[in-house]
Design a binder for this molecule. Sequence first.
Ligand code: SF4
Ligand code: SF4
Length: 162
Amino acid sequence: MLSSILNKKTCATCQICCVYDDTDVWDAPGFTKEEFDRNNIDGRFEWTERDGLYYLKMEKSEDGLYHCPCLTEHGCILREKKPFRCALWPLYVVRTEDGLGIAVSDVCPAVIQKDNESILKGIETKLPEIMDMVDKYPEQIEEFHDNYRMVAVQKNGTFGGV
Ligand code: SF4
Ligand code: SF4
């Protein structure tokens, strides 16, 4: 979804966002029922359901980290069927006082370096799809966290700079 602002080669050597530690394992993606079904998660992985979303079970590895079971040395095995949360990463739809906003996480070493204008321009054509998704699944809307930077806020239904 974010190929306009992310370079595949950078991601191939990074993969930070598919591995978690004790402080950010809460951020592992929740699959909607539709995403859960289209990826045949049941029977393929262990999973748990919480607040309407489905989470893959991850055990802490010897390195002290939690590795998403979909991650292989060639990247995510779910490919274009990966869940919305992963497709949108490192961006989040967050609540603001006036409506919704788009925020970027500082965990991604690549996108956090980009300015808000270029991020917003890069996702401009995807915004209707993103908004349709959160309309349908409001549980995909996140709270704003300290390590996020607000990229754009919604005013009168349109996203603009902060
Ligand atoms: S953290 Fe950013 S650069 Fe690293 S793999 Fe994820 S999206 Fe790519
Ligand atoms: S589902 Fe795929 S993209 Fe998402 S965290 Fe797991 S490996 Fe990464």
